[in-house]
Design a protein around this ligand. Sequence first.
Ligand SMILES: [Ca+2]
Length: 236
Amino acid sequence: MRKKPGRGADLQVCGGSPDPPGPAWTPVCRLKACPTRTSAPGWTLNASAIMEKLPDGGRYRLRLTPNKTGQSGSAFLSQPIAFHAGNTFSYYFQFQMTDANSQASDGMTFVLQTEGPTALGGNGGCLGYAGTGPGCPPFTGGIMPSVAVEFDRFQNSPYDINDNHVAILTGGQLNDTDPQTPYGVTDCQPTGAFGCMNNGDVWSVWIDYDGTSLHVAVADDSDRRPANRATRTITL
Ligand SMILES: [Ca+2]
């Protein structure tokens, strides 16, 4: 898995379900001053991606890019997972795109790929997944072969429907398939209201493959799964 580009997109990786609410805690560090690591067992971190300790002093989370322009970073499992015809999978994670005042551009992608653990696409609208080039896509240089789910919160003309959409991508291209807008919120600039993926909330993501189709569900500030948001019939 992997990803991301633009400014201030943080991917918080959690195994299983989120922790239940606990007692109030006192921050042991402020986010920008919390301890960081440039490696994580089992993972390959690329470019701007680092592990960053949570302010409660507990777990580390994956920070794909800092809050700067022109960034791209990715993180993949170092060892590939064998996948055969008829196999299925379910994956759950949480993300947080901080600094809504700077729009937390441009978003991020969850990627299944066979290129290798150091794979990385371009920054900005390429979401660390697609290749770069003048004019309009398709561009060369994206991660491929691959299937990705994008969480895109900056509208690039002419190929994005708005500045807050989820879509399925293939072949390292920004070929948005079945683009859908969480909560129907289509205007998230300059700040993010509820339903804007850049609003600083912790979002939950469910990605499931049933052997025939890829299904994606997202929820703002909730770990309760809603109806699928995007779906594509695809052979992995
Ligand atoms: Ca975009």
